[in-house]
Design a protein around this ligand. Structure first.
Ligand SMILES: C[C@](O)(CO)[C@H](O)COP(=O)(O)OP(=O)(O)OC[C@H]1O[C@@H](n2ccc(N)nc2=O)[C@H](O)[C@@H]1O
Ligand SMILES: Nc1ncnc2c1ncn2[C@@H]1O[C@H](COP(=O)(O)OP(=O)(O)OP(=O)(O)O)[C@@H](O)[C@H]1O
Length: 303
């Protein structure tokens, strides 16, 4: 039996490494549904300090190995979003040099944290670095959009408002650092199932939804929290209907004495809580981890 190649093996080239941070939807408002079934939305997206890690060994043929707690759920086959993104890019730019990817999969899978999308974006950044492409090269942007609705916003991992189905991005936003706890009850939720459960017919527009509450540039953390409190995640009700663990996580988070805001991210089941400072978030992480020892719980800063 041959051993899988070491993620840290030197190969013929220099190992390139990128972080793939978790994406958190601070707000998510559904505006309508396109005739092709995709939903139009407005979402304020930020990125966490925790995430996956992707490396690329340029000396070897295109391939992927995966390690870490989420390795089995993510898989290492051609459907992994790392390989899908690389193949989308190579189809648009024949002749690009690829290599062997190694993914250290730390984030829970199908969790509303855009882990796969962030991995795909990291793969495109690695391919861009290896081939001397600009990150804003049209082929990179097109490969990102073709890989998944969340991939474009993950390309540079900076807080933005995304609109359309995720292809229209605001300029980067200067959010104050937000002290957060992320909790995932380890119940995977398929994004397509959550959108379907919303029950919006294709072609339908909802009554005018408010703009996503976006904290003004330069505001402090407590002003940002006040603005975010006026927003919502429209996918919470369908996710709760599909998984009671989402409601349980929201209640546990909201009931923590120092929690200022609790909301689901993306299509769930991960719930985030926001706190006034790092110490309050750390205390909350300890309380949640003790209350639900089998759940995935992290304290982190969102930017
Ligand atoms: C919920 C969010 O995570 C918010 O950031 C994204 O909108 C979902 O992004 P994603 O996981 O990259 O989604 P994709 O992989 O492109 O799509 C998965 C499935 O979700 C549904 N989908 C996704 C995005 C969207 N705007 N409308 C949809 O209805 C579609 O059924 C699609 O087949
Ligand atoms: N690298 C990857 N990491 C995680 N999942 C992957 C990956 N590649 C393919 N997948 C598949 O994609 C699906 C969605 O995974 P992901 O973890 O990105 O979901 P998510 O966090 O809900 O994303 P989003 O917030 O964008 O909806 C899973 O069912 C998984 O099998």
């Amino acid at each position: 039996m041959s051993l899988p190649p070491s993620p840290y093996s030197a190969g013929a080239g220099r190992l390139l490494v990128e972080r793939a941070p978790a994406k958190v939807n601070l707000s998510l408002h559904i505006i309508g549904r396109r005739a092709d079934g995709y939903h139009l939305l407005e979402s304020l997206v930020a990125f966490a300090g925790c995430g996956d890690r992707l490396s690329l060994d340029p000396g070897r043929p295109l391939g992927l190995t995966v390690s870490g707690p989420g390795a089995e759920a993510a898989g290492a086959g051609p459907d992994n979003l790392v390989l899908r993104a690389a193949n989308h890019l190579m189809a648009r730019r024949p002749g690009l040099v690829a290599g062997h990817f190694h993914l250290d999969k730390r984030l829970p899978v199908a969790a509303g944290l855009g882990g796969g999308s962030s991995d795909a974006a990291a793969a495109l950044r690695l391919m861009a670095r290896l081939n001397g492409l600009d990150r804003n090269d049209p082929a990179i942007l097109a490969a990102a959009a073709a890989t998944g609705a969340d991939v474009p916003v993950c390309l540079d991992g900076r807080a933005r408002v995304m609109a359309g189905i995720g292809e229209r991005l605001s300029p980067p936003l200067a959010l104050p650092p937000l002290f957060a706890v992320l909790v995932n009850p380890r119940v995977p939720l398929a994004t397509a199932d959550v959108f379907r459960r919303l029950g919006l017919p294709p072609g339908a527009m909802r009554d005018a939804a408010p703009q996503p509450a976006t904290p003004a540039g330069g505001c402090d953390g407590s002003e940002a929290l006040a603005v975010l409190a006026r927003a919502r995640n429209d996918l919470e009700p369908p996710a709760k209907a599909l998984s009671p663990a989402v409601a349980e996580a929201l209640i546990l988070m909201r009931d923590l004495p120092e929690c200022r805001l609790a909301r689901m991210s993306g299509s769930g089941a991960t719930v985030f809580g926001l706190f006034d400072d790092c110490r309050a978030a750390t205390r909350a992480r300890r309380l949640l981890a003790a209350a639900r020892p089998t759940w995935w719980v992290r304290a982190t800063v969102l930017r």
